[in-house]
Design a protein around this ligand. Structure first.
Ligand code: ADP
Ligand code: ZN
Ligand code: ZN
Length: 724
């Protein structure tokens, strides 16, 4: 039999099969092949009787990690996102299966010899071998450990010392570690509200896609859990996706408490072995629920009954680096393949999701009441232009300053939220609140320090940096951006006794510091938590009664057609942090644009009012969901190389346009950030109607593939989140 094999060659642009001779193994099998002088892992994706080539080499069968359903998914991903075979295959298997012939075999497990008492073993090791003693005690305390982990922890000589002295027992027995296995398993028993029960019933007995629109604290998680429980009872499996940032020990603990070892957790905190173990538990059917961030959509489950996407509007569901894909579309395709229901849950659904619900393409379920007896917190909008005019030059309005003081006095906690996205920023007049916008697109301009220019991220138009406000003539025109350190500093000046924690990209470079800060705040070791969007999501702090939003405008004036939508989502989410338990909450929002509709609707938590206004704007301005934005991004170390490639792509796209009818927009230019990591960046931007899109996207992919820069790279992005 001839096997068509995708070879896992690292860092290669090759996207084709190679023929090998082998047994008649199932498609999706993993094989070991000779490639050049190397022995590499490959995946069988086709079989045939004959090959045009002579002298084919042999492929050695290892195992079959990829199911036929995943192979269908592979072709969907290739077609939809122009991905290479190997990039998709890598999404389906854990790293260990790509590196090692047999990951199971190489894992030796060490335990302390339990035939003899520990004191005796300690004596055998001898007090002079400090490192060995440490290692022995560690093993005893932990009940055993993998050999490679022990070596990494204590060094090879200490571990060998223990083995030589015969105080440890070595085995190949594969004992799987269960991440988060030690988490609290206390289960709270709740009785569903009628609205929750109705949601659970409709989803369990239903088909297709559901949009679960529920205000924060309306008990959506409980609905997800019950749906999963019902699916397991039917003998089916389930996938639950949450934004990476919401994968807190708290949240995972709840799922463990309810489903025990049926849950496999896939998140970025796992090391390669843990990841492999969780994957394997799913593959063998030992675990039937996969919980994780976006890549868990590829979990090796069969007979899926439900796929749930929590916080479905979250931007992390769009993968923006290779391989680029949109998790929601993948989920929709995969649920259809399995006949599973797909549940999209959010307090602030994506514009497009709600549009589909309103058109009847999705089934809408609404949870409009909070579970706790307290309604959503009261939101006050403070006009910062007024504050400025009345002489308050502080970043805290009088109202917020007083509210913080009162909260501290009551022994309660406050969260201060600062919104910052990327390194770009807008320009605003402090006297009148004027913000510079593109004349063609009506989208806020971004200030680019390196060129001292204002740029529109959609059409690429450039403007001189402003020195005076065109509206009121004031020269108090500056970048609208403050940092978390500044906030902490000023807060300490006003309330020297307040215990303040800060959370942003700088304080959370270490993986566990994120959890540490949150648990410290939860334990009331601080009174105020100052942070960026990181603190906006899914954390329940019962003692937080005040939320301050200092920079509500930063998201609003981000150069993005979704800036209003993002702002609405953010303030809803942040406000949801206040008064979640039995204390009434209060939210103070500072803005230079108090009359903007996003705040008007935000204040009354009127998602539908906001949606109607916003969707109408999108329709009139021809932005998504009524069109698709496609960007072909060209990068290269050499200017001319990038220019040549961009020109050719642009020409090709013009031909595609000529054949299909005019696009809403087509232009080629330098990218807003013209240089990054030593590469020049050019782009071809298109806005294409939904009707045209399916028939032209394949040709656009082909154009990009056909005119790659010689020394650089080319990407096609659909509705990208950021246009830097
Ligand atoms: P959401 O995900 O919609 O923001 P959660 O699922 O976190 O809301 O629920 C908010 C709180 O209400 C949680 O503490 C949860 O345990 C609790 N809860 C949910 N459903 C019920 C119920 N039926 N009875 C009592 N408490 C509930
Ligand atoms: Zn002005
Ligand atoms: Zn523009």
């Amino acid at each position: 039999m001839i096997l068509e094999v995708i070879v896992d060659i690292s860092n290669s642009e090759v996207d084709r099969c190679f023929d090998y001779v082998g047994d008649d193994v199932p498609l999706g099998s993993r094989v070991l092949v000779e490639f050049g002088k190397k022995r590499l892992i490959g995946f069988v994706i086709g079989k045939k009787q004959t090959s045009e080539l002579a002298n084919l080499k042999q492929a050695q069968y290892l195992d079959t990690p990829i199911s036929s359903e995943q192979l269908e998914l592979l072709y969907f991903l290739r077609k939809s996102y122009n991905l290479r075979y190997i990039d998709v295959l890598r999404l389906f298997v854990p790293a260990k299966l790509r590196e090692e012939r047999d990951p199971e075999f190489s894992r030796k497990y060490l335990t302390v010899d339990d035939e003899r008492p520990l004191e005796q073993l300690v004596e055998i090791v001898g007090s002079r071998a400090q490192k060995q003693l440490e290692a022995l005690k560690y093993l005893a305390a932990n009940g055993g450990q993998f050999l490679n982990v022990m070596v990494a922890k204590f060094g090879v000589s200490a571990v060998n010392g223990l083995r030589d002295k015969g105080v440890v027992v070595e085995s190949n027995v594969h004992e799987r570690s269960t991440p988060m296995g030690t988490l609290a398993r206390d289960k709270k028993h709740v009785i569903l509200t009628p609205a929750q029960q109705d949601a659970v019933n409709r989803i369990t007995d239903g088909k297709g896609v559901f949009l679960l629109h529920g205000v924060t604290g309306s008990g959506k998680t409980e609905v997800y859990e019950c749906v999963i429980e019902n699916m397991l009872a039917k003998g089916k499996s389930a996938i639950m996706l949450v934004p990476e940032i919401s994968l807190t020990p708290q949240m995972l603990g709840l799922f463990r408490a309810r489903f025990g070892d049926k849950v496999a957790i896939l998140h970025s905190g796992l090391n390669a072995s843990e990841r492999y173990d969780e994957w394997k538990r799913l593959k063998t059917g030992e675990a039937t629920i996969a919980i994780g961030a976006r890549s868990a959509i590829f979990a090796p489950l069969e007979n899926i009954g439900a796929i749930i996407i929590d916080e479905e509007h979250d931007t992390s569901y769009l993968s923006e680096s290779n391989p680029r894909y949109d998790t929601k579309s993948v989920a929709e395709y995969r649920s259809a393949l399995n006949g599973a229901v797909l549940v999209l849950g959010s307090a602030t659904p994506d514009m497009e999701s709600y549009l589909k619900a309103s058109e009847g393409k999705y089934q809408l379920i609404t949870l409009s009441e909070r579970i706790s007896k307290y309604s959503l917190p009261e939101m006050e909008i403070v006009d910062m232009v007024q504050e400025f005019r009345s002489g308050n030059r502080s970043m805290f309005s009088v109202a917020l300053k007083d509210a913080i003081g009162e909260t501290l006095e009551r022994g309660e906690q406050a969260m201060l939220f600062l919104n910052r996205r990327g390194f770009a920023s807008f320009i605003r007049c402090q006297e009148c609140g004027y913000v510079a916008k593109c004349e063609d697109c009506d989208i806020s301009l971004t200030y680019h320090k390196e060129d001292n220019e204002l740029k529109c991220h959609y059409c690429g138009r450039r403007y001189h940096a402003l020195t005076k406000c065109p509206n009121c003539g004031s020269d108090r025109i500056k970048q609208g951006k403050i940092g978390t350190e500044k906030v902490v500093e000023e807060l300490k000046n006003i309330y020297p006794k307040a215990r303040v924690l800060r959370m942003d990209n700088d304080t959370t470079t270490r993986k566990d510091s994120y959890f540490k800060i949150l648990s410290s705040f939860a334990a009331h070791e601080a009174d105020v938590l100052v942070g960026t969007q990181m603190i906006a999501k899914g954390h329940d702090f019962g003692n937080v009664t005040l939320v301050g939003i200092l920079e509500a405008d930063a998201a609003l004036y981000f150069s993005d057609y979704r800036s209003s939508e993002r702002t609405f989502q953010l303030i809803t989410q942040v406000a949801g942090r206040a008064g979640r338990a039995d204390k009434k909450g209060r939210v103070i929002l500072q803005t230079y644009a108090p009359r903007h509709y996003v705040f008007r609707f935000g204040k009354s938590y009127d998602y539908i009012g906001f949606w109607k206004k916003e969707i109408n704007t999108r329709m009139v301005t021809k932005f998504p969901p009524y069109t698709k934005i496609v960007r072909v991004l060209v990068t290269s170390p050499e200017e001319q190389d990038a220019v040549d490639s961009t020109r050719s792509v642009y020409k090709a796209v013009r031909d595609i346009e000529a054949a299909s009818g005019k696009f809403v927009y087509l232009g080629a230019a330098r990218s807003p950030v013209t240089r990054m990591n030593g590469l020049v960046r050019y782009q071809v931007m298109m806005r294409i109607s939904n009707e045209q899109f399916p028939s032209v996207i394949g040709d656009i992919y082909a154009a990009a593939d056909g005119f790659r820069p010689k020394k650089g790279n080319i990407f096609v992005e659909i509705n990208p989140q950021s246009l830097i």
